[in-house]
Design a protein. Structure first.
Ligand SMILES: Cc1ncc(COP(=O)(O)O)c(C=O)c1O
Length: 437
């Protein structure tokens, strides 16, 4: 299948996508990028990536051709069109393509920035066999420029580092500055001593990893001890454990440094546990992609007894569909699949949770099956559109409240889309009975 990619306002087959040879990304690596992971078809930590992108652009005095909100919409559209369940979305903004090569920056008024996005399908990203055995790293001198906190597309030295590691029979390289580890070629580096996690503090020396921020937050919540300080490569070789983090590897154990095995040469306890926590928490938070949305979600009452949440695929099918594959006369399933607006299991879940509160509803369930999001409502009463609207109205109100901060702004926009979705949903909820989804 050819991928659909995004280039400067257009969704195109990858074979038809073109960028000028005068693009400053091509000629001068004058550009920034982001990589956002996708799990269960959902973007992980989009808000944080958008915020870092904004910072990278500001640091380089580069304009964004679209708003962060539009970027989110493009991400979602590409994930949807390319049917990405597990994988990555790569985004790149460069200082555009002036008429000729010149060191001076072009006028942003006449030369718009270029924007390119594409997806990378990576089935098995979360359940990686490599994570079970861990990776080997070697150390190399860090000779990159002094603003590693800006996520630029100048990746020649990190690429060379990867190749040096490969030649040495390792998987990656940790870079060293004044004897201290800065980070991996495309990831942040950590060591573990006892139960203490040690990692270099944020500065211009390292990229401020989005996964790093999330992992440290989750580690704190799990009462793990964290020390943000520099550590030497010798100290690392004597550590009990080590690991890296990035959007494409999540938390990955490191079992060997410069040929020296850590512990017994297998992943210890801390890194695998952190990986587990990270994946679990990120998956749970993925839909909202904003702190405000997340907070709002937390305030939803959970009618636990009547509501069933289902895991993807077979589990969902079994829970939602009776074994016979036929529904009893009392069962009703609203199928919201094949409708892009609803392609979100959390939307289904929230609506089902609200429906479950109704006296007339026996059980409401939501699930995900073969790229379809389902809501099932088992009811003995005839449930009219008004009743459903009444159930959904409070949900709409919950998500439409004034907001002010930048990240909340995204939440607000998401909320508005929610309102549209739910209103349409309320109007459509004529209880479609399905035999076999
Ligand atoms: C040099 C470097 N450090 C750290 C990271 C990890 O950042 P994130 O967790 O945002 O993917 C990356 C990711 O590409 C990187 O290139």
């Amino acid at each position: 299948m050819t991928r659909t990619v995004y280039v400067n306002g257009n969704y195109l087959p990858e074979t038809e996508a073109k960028i000028s040879i005068f693009d400053r990304g091509f000629l001068m690596a004058d550009g920034v990028y982001e990589v956002t992971s996708v799990l269960d078809g959902k973007l992980i930590d989009f808000d944080a990536h958008a915020k870092r992108l904004r910072r990278s652009l500001d640091e380089l005095d580069m304009a964004s051709p679209v708003t962060m909100d539009e970027l989110l919409a493009i991400h979602r559209e590409l994930v949807l069109q390319n049917k990405v369940e597990e994988g990555l979305v790569y985004l790149q903004i460069t200082r555009g393509a002036p008429a000729d090569r010149d060191f001076a920056f072009p006028d942003p008024e006449t030369v718009p920035s270029s924007l390119v996005l594409f997806t990378q399908n990576k089935p098995g990203l979360a359940d990686s066999p490599v994570a079970r055995v861990g990776i080997k790293v070697i150390s190399i001198e860090d000779i990159r420029w002094g603003r590693r906190d800006i996520k630029t597309i100048q990746l020649l030295y990190p690429s060379m580092g990867k190749m040096i590691a490969k030649k040495a029979g390792a998987d990656d390289a940790w870079m060293i500055q004044d004897g201290h580890v800065t980070e991996g070629t495309s990831n942040n580096a950590y060591i573990v001593k006892g139960r203490k996690i040690i990692t270099r503090p944020r500065s211009n020396d390292i990229l401020h990893g989005i996964t790093r921020a999330a992992v440290l937050r989750f580690a704190k919540e799990a009462q793990m001890e964290i020390e943000e300080r520099r550590f030497t490569i010798d100290e690392a070789k004597e550590a009990d454990e080590a690991f890296i983090t990035s959007a494409s590897t999540f938390v990955m154990p490191v079992v060997e440094i410069d040929g020296v095995a850590l512990g017994d040469g297998t992943p210890g306890k801390v890194a695998p546990r952190l990986r587990e926590i990270y994946l679990e928490e990120s998956r749970e938070a993925a839909i909202w992609q904003s702190e405000r949305g997340q907070a709002a979600l937390a305030t939803l009452p959970l009618p636990a007894r009547k509501y069933k949440s289902t895991a993807p695929d077979t589990a969902a099918r079994q829970t939602i569909l009776p074994k016979s594959g036929k529904l009893s006369s009392l069962s009703r399933i609203v199928r919201i699949s094949q409708n892009r607006l609803y392609s979100n299991v959390m939307a289904a879940r929230n609506i089902a949770m609200w429906l479950a509160q109704f006296r007339t509803v026996d059980i409401a369930a939501s699930g995900y099956w073969r790229n379809r999001f389902l809501i099932a409502v088992w009811t003995q009463a005839k449930l009219g559109t008004n009743t459903i609207s009444a159930a959904i109205d409070p949900l709409i109100r919950l998500f439409i409240t004034p907001v002010n901060s930048e990240s909340s702004d995204l939440g607000h926009q998401i909320s508005i889309r929610w309102k549209e979705r739910l209103t349409t949903f309320a109007a459509q909820i004529s209880m479609v009975v399905i035999r076999n989804a």
